[in-house]
Structures are given as structure tokens and as C-alpha cells.
Write a protein that binds this ligand. Structure first.
Ligand SMILES: [Zn+2]
Length: 404
């Protein structure tokens, strides 16, 4: 006799794996995070405004071009000086939001020194990336003053693809060590899944994510030849069973097979296009509001902080849109996992472990505005609905006891 399966009751049972106190803590962390978006944007604008008001950047530009016009060098000097000042002035905020708060919620065990060392390591990487991007944008502003925003959107798209391709090879290994999944039943299951879904099976790694964060997580990064699926060792420190690993890896394979990274780069290019259009139109007005002295038109690199202020504000306003775009891909990846791996209980068990940093049952409005993944409550319910509609021939007695 097959017992009637109730998806709503099964979902409630999964969510009850956490105590009410744990749920409350997750909610405090998640909702505090929404406010952090606003405070972070205000901190960013404040820092940019302070740097503008010091008048340092027009002096740097003037010094570089003292004898003759050297626009590329002036852009480089301004971007570098800005990066250093921004890092220093923004440090209190980044220590609070990036380290102190995570520590308070038990989401990281990394000492402050280790965290700061990684900030120092990423500073030159991010700065070089921004420098290349801004050289291209300012070149377009100088060469095509009327249509630069159009070309710049394309530049951002190509740049995003480039960053995606090189990150797993050049950047990620600087912060973590990636090892192929060790031999055993877990790897055998993953290799079989990879083969069944047309994913290269030698590209599945475990990395020491627990160094930076106690978050239970996995990801796909890279593109074309560099694409790979990586699972944080946190997954294996909390006795992940086979069904759970399969459910999670099935989700990540969904991102890979459906080409979500490339799609995201295209969407970013479209948004950049709109953003640059607005910057082209509104720059003079915003420059006037800042009250900055000695800063010229859009082609003057000393106005770089004005552009950053506009990007920060637009980014904040576009948060619901950006989240909706990401949420669609996440929902598709869950569906892929259910359809191709069919481990609804494994997926649900894994999802429950993410609740501590992404509260399970937000209001519809909160989910719409702030969630870049569908809420765990609705994801588990979807898995349970799937389970109800696709009973396995032999329903295992409890989740995860089924070995193939
Ligand atoms: Zn995902």
C-alpha cells in the first residue's frame, strides 16, 4: 500500500527542522540584510561625495596633463587614486557589513586578519578590472560623444563574459583551493549525473569555502572551457547524504546546461546600456548637485565619482529587477534538478540548511523586492509537489536512505 503523500505537510515538516528561535534569527539576519542594501548605497555615495569635495581628483588629472593632454594616463591616475581613497574611507563600513555582522550571526569563523588580508588581495584585482573598463568607457566618451552609451553597454557585456571565463582560472584559486571530488560513492553518482546531462564530469570540485564562510553552498562558475561546478566543503561537514548532494549538484548542473551565466551577461549588458544612457543625460545635473569644484564635462575623468554615485543609486533602485532576473534562473535550476535528478527530498534537505542566511518564509512583497532566490518555503513546496506528482517505484522509508 502506498500511503497518500501530503506536500503541504511534508513542507511544514522540513521547515520544522529548525527551531522557532533559529527561524527568528534567520529572519533578523535576512531582514537586516535588506536594510544593509540601503545603508551600503548611502555609505558608497557619501564616500564618493567626500572624495569629490576634497578636490583631489582634478588636481591629479591636472598634474598628469600639466604639459600636454594625456587622457589615458589621466583616467588611470584618477581611477587608482580613487580606489585607494575609497578603500580607506569605506573600510569601517566594509568591516561592519562584511566581517563583524557575519561573525555576530555565526556565519563566518574567519579571524579579522584573514578577512582583511583577502580584502587587500581583491583590491588590486578589482581595481585593475575597473581600470580596464573605465579606460574603454572614457575612450568611447571621447571618440563618440553622442553614442558612447550605446557602445559602452556592449563593452560591459563583453567584459562580463571575459571576467566569467577567467575567474575560475585566475581569480578563484587565489582565495580558495579547489580539489576534484575524491573517489567514492558521491563522486560516482556525480559523474553518472554529469554524463547523463552532457556536463564534463571532470569539472566537479570541492573547495575550502569554510575558510571564509559557514554557509552551506555550491556554485557554477566559468564559461565555455573554464566552466565548472564547485561545492563548498561546508556541505560535507554537515553529513550531507547522497540524495542531498545529488539534488544540489542537479541544481548547479541546471545553471550550467541552461547557460544562465551567459544569459546573465547579456542581461547585464542591457541594463548597462540603460544606465549609461541615463548617465549621459543626467551627468551635468548630478555634478551640479554634488557642488564639486574643478570637475568638467563627462569626458573629464575627475568626474568619475559622479558616475559612480549615479551607478550606485541606479543599482539600488534596480534591486527588485536584478533580483527577479536571478530568481527566474534559480527557479529553473530547481526544476532542472527535479526533472533530471529526481531527488526532491535530497534537494529539500539541502535547502533547509540555507535557511540560516536566507529566511524561509518572507512575505510576497519582501520576496519580490529582496530575494535573489525564491524563498526556501516555496522551493521546498515545489520539490514536494514534484514528489507527489512523480512517486518513485519504491518510496524509501526516509529521505536519503536510497542508495543506487
Ligand atoms: Zn542556483
Amino acid at each position: 500500500m502506498v500511503q497518500r503523500f501530503d506536500p503541504a505537510a511534508a513542507t511544514a515538516a522540513y521547515l520544522a527542522a529548525l527551531t522557532p528561535a533559529q527561524h527568528a534569527r534567520a529572519q533578523a539576519y535576512t531582514q537586516g540584510g535588506h536594510w544593509l542594501l540601503l545603508w551600503g548605497a548611502l555609505a558608497g555615495v557619501a564616500v564618493a561625495w567626500m572624495i569629490l569635495r576634497t578636490g583631489v581628483l582634478p588636481r591629479v588629472r591636472g598634474w598628469v596633463e600639466r604639459t600636454r593632454s594625456r587622457p589615458k594616463l589621466a583616467v588611470a591616475a584618477v581611477v587608482l587614486v580613487y580606489a585607494a581613497m575609497d578603500f580607506g574611507l569605506g573600510l569601517p563600513w566594509s568591516v561592519y557589513s562584511g566581517w563583524w555582522r557575519e561573525t555576530q550571526y555565526g556565519l563566518t569563523s574567519q579571524p579579522l586578519g584573514g578577512w582583511f588580508g583577502e580584502q587587500l588581495l581583491s583590491l588590486p584585482i578589482v581595481t585593475v578590472g575597473l581600470l580596464v573598463l573605465m579606460e574603454l568607457v572614457y575612450l568611447l566618451i571621447r571618440r563618440a560623444p553622442r553614442t558612447w552609451w550605446l557602445w559602452s553597454g556592449g563593452v560591459v557585456g563583453v567584459f562580463a563574459v571575459f571576467v566569467l571565463v577567467i575567474s575560475p582560472v585566475v581569480v578563484d584559486p587565489l582565495f580558495n583551493s579547489y580539489k576534484p571530488a575524491p573517489p567514492g560513492p558521491v563522486r560516482d553518482a556525480i559523474v553518472a549525473m554529469a554524463k547523463a546531462n552532457g556536463v564534463p564530469s571532470d569539472k566537479i570540485y570541492i573547495y575550502d569555502g569554510s575558510r571564509q564562510s559557514n554557509r552551506y553552498t555550491a556554485n557554477v562558475s566559468g564559461l565555455f572551457g573554464t566552466a565548472r561546478i564547485a561545492m563548498s566543503d561546508v556541505m560535507f561537514k554537515r553529513d550531507a547524504d547522497l540524495a542531498e548532494v545529488k539534488g544540489v549538484v542537479g541544481h548547479e548542473m541546471g545553471h550550467y546546461v541552461e547557460g544562465h551565466a551567459l544569459r546573465a551577461a547579456g542581461e547585464l549588458a542591457l541594463l548597462a546600456f540603460v544606465g549609461f544612457f541615463l548617465i549621459a543625460r543626467l551627468y551635468p545635473t548630478v555634478l551640479r548637485w554634488t557642488g564639486a569644484k574643478g570637475v568638467g564635462g563627462l569626458e573629464d575623468p575627475a568626474g568619475y565619482p559622479v558616475i559612480l554615485i549615479m551607478i550606485t543609486v541606479m543599482g539600488l533602485l534596480a534591486t527588485p529587477l536584478l533580483n527577479a532576473i536571478t530568481r527566474i534562473g534559480e527557479s529553473e535550476a530547481d526544476t532542472f534538478s527535479l526533472v533530471h535528478v529526481n531527488e526532491p527530498d535530497g534537494l529539500a534537505t539541502a535547502l533547509v540548511k540555507t535557511i540560516e542566511y536566507r529566511a524561509a518564509t518572507p512575505s510576497k512583497l519582501e520576496e519580490f523586492l529582496f530575494y535573489d532566490h525564491p524563498s526556501v518555503g516555496s522551493r521546498v513546496r515545489k520539490a514536494m509537489d514534484w514528489k507527489a506528482a512523480h512517486p518513485k517505484p519504491l518510496i524509501p522509508a526516509k529521505a536519503g536512505t536510497q542508495i543506487e
